[in-house]
Design a protein around this ligand. Sequence first.
Ligand code: TYD
Length: 211
Amino acid sequence: MDKRGKFIVIDGMDGSGKGTQIKLLQAKLARPDVLFTREPGGSPLGEEIREMLLRTEGNPRNPIADFFLFFASRGSHIEDIVTPAREKGAHVISDRYASSTYAFQVYGEEHHELLALFDAVMNSLDKNKYWPDLYIILDLPGEMAYERRSKDAAQAKSGFDLKPLAYHERTREGFKAFARDYGPVEFVDASRTPEEIHADVWRILSRELAL
Ligand code: TYD
């Protein structure tokens, strides 16, 4: 019998309420055999890379640099944290993963020239380690993502990165395209209330982890 823990990703569009869903899961799954992690980050090196990626001032964006920084963080996260935990029998739930690189860097930022690179990287990695057992992706119409983000921006400090509607539409398309080639993915309709979304996420997760 395979005693390795499972590797599950929770990902989703901006404004999908992913943060709330992760908090609800953390409250329900506060047990030693479940580890919550995040990307970028999740390991000491990953967290250092996260700071570089999220620091905007004096840091012009460059698609190749960002792409490799996200994957550098990912490599450290998998090798240093996810795989050792799974080998001890713990389940790992990651807040974002490769699906985000595909949806945001490739589709959202319109760097389709990265597609071949993304595919080469994903397919040359050890699938037992780098391919999650399941991605749960919170999906909503681009318009709703845009509206929710605009509301957040109105409440936030200046400098908040407000993306146009078309960007959210592209990221949605990116998550759908990702699911076709790199799944398994289960989409959850995130246009509903947090409770309704949670009920679906929980049903999928408890089935997958045999809780
Ligand atoms: P975070 O503050 O954790 O945002 P969120 O609550 O939306 O998850 O910052 C993570 C940001 O990094 C988020 O904007 C999505 C982005 N990201 C990418 O663009 N590509 C990636 O591969 C990953 C993992 C994250």
